[in-house]
Design a binder for this molecule. Sequence first.
Ligand code: AHR
Length: 507
Amino acid sequence: MSKQIERKAKMIVDKSFQIAEIDKRVYGSFIEHLGRAVYTGIYQPGHVTADEEGFRKDVLELVKELEVPIIRYPGGNFVSNFFWEDSVGPKENRKKRLELAWRSLETNEFGLNEFAKWSEKAGSDIMMAVNLGTRGIADACNLLEYCNHESGSFYSDMRKEHGIEKPYKIKTWCLGNEMDGPWQIGHKTAKEYGRLAEETAKAMKLIDPSIELVSCGSSNVEMPTFPEWEATTLDADYDYVDYISLHNYYGNAENDTADFLAKTMDLENFLHTVIATCDYIKAKKRSKKTLNLSFDEWNVWFHSNAADDDIMTNHPWQVAPHLLEDLYTYEDAILVGLILITFLKHADRVKMACLAQLVNVIAPIMTEENGGAWKQTIFYPFMHASKYGRGVALQPVINTTKHDTKTHTDVTDIESVAVYNEEKEEVTIFAVNRNVEEEVFFEADMRGFEGMKVLEYSVLENDDKKAVNAITGEKVTPKAKTDFTFQDGIFETNMKDCSWNVIRFGK
Ligand code: AHR
């Protein structure tokens, strides 16, 4: 290791520089009735690993490795024409429906109660979305009554008839999905949605005041109505909701890795704008409540676009079509790591986030219908962050060399954040060298953390930025790195160009 290399970053890690306690729900994910997420993904009766409920145990094992605290369900665009009653009760009576969002056939063989059972086995809570596209206040209330009310009313007794004695007590509910998007079934203007969300929220909180509600933000940062959508809708529903949603997907269609990895600068701007808009409405309403952010759809998504268009246009109404089956590269995993670092740097306001999605559909976990399950490249940074990113996010005081890319200037070479887990007496540094050409000499001053040693230094490093994993083998997998020094509280290493780094300190 040499200090002679030109590019450098120095970080100070101090336990008194605290951003906030990390809400573990920032490591959430998402299962939508889309493609093979459910059918041949998490659920496949007859598969060699299927349990008594038809849940694939090979998939459950991989989901558990990710330690996902909360999973959004059942959509996504799917929810905007979902009739939840179709998905409960005896399976032989369930209706097959034309699923309009993805032009597929929904058998409803797997529904609400199956998902609740599956998520319990996965060790995850549910973030439930209600249909505010083709339905409204009454149906949202009925669903909440079915899920959360003890007994003695029509829908709570219906749940009991369906064999579910105890209510699920689902805490987190999304008021529709991407209602600003013209593609959404039942798309609304900001004024229409704001009023509907306000009235739905009001009614839902009368049924169960303990729930938390997420108001729909813009579908992505490029929407022409962003951020006016946020201002108008929150002006209506601010008093009744607890979070606003953000969605965004990233891609490298231009095949420019350096510029691709700079895209978390756009994400930073997106977060700042939404926070500012929430705080503007707070001030306007003289409210004491601060609204937090639920980034409930995020990932890389672009590889499958052409194939998806072909399936939906030319081969519609299939059960479990191969939709959104992006095959992730090494560089995609690095961007996923950068996005997670960005969320942790905003731990004071980003309280929930969902990697979209979990299985087969733009997912870290893939399955073969007649074979096993395997891990995509993006599995690893998510797993590291979810496992070791619990505790308090520390303010990254960091001085780093910078570079320019095609559409970004002053891009930091090193992006990093540290997490302090007081209970375990551990500190973890997550860092990306997003300079795609050069190594960076990285120094961390671990002041205030006496008596610690390096427990583990794990990296994703690869010279092939387009390397992918497959069921037959993993080209992208974490490796232990031994080339570092840690003396007198100073950690030093050379971080490889375009790499993901996890440095764990403990007693
Ligand atoms: O996650 C895939 C889709 O992306 C979701 O259904 C929708 O909400 C978003 O546009």
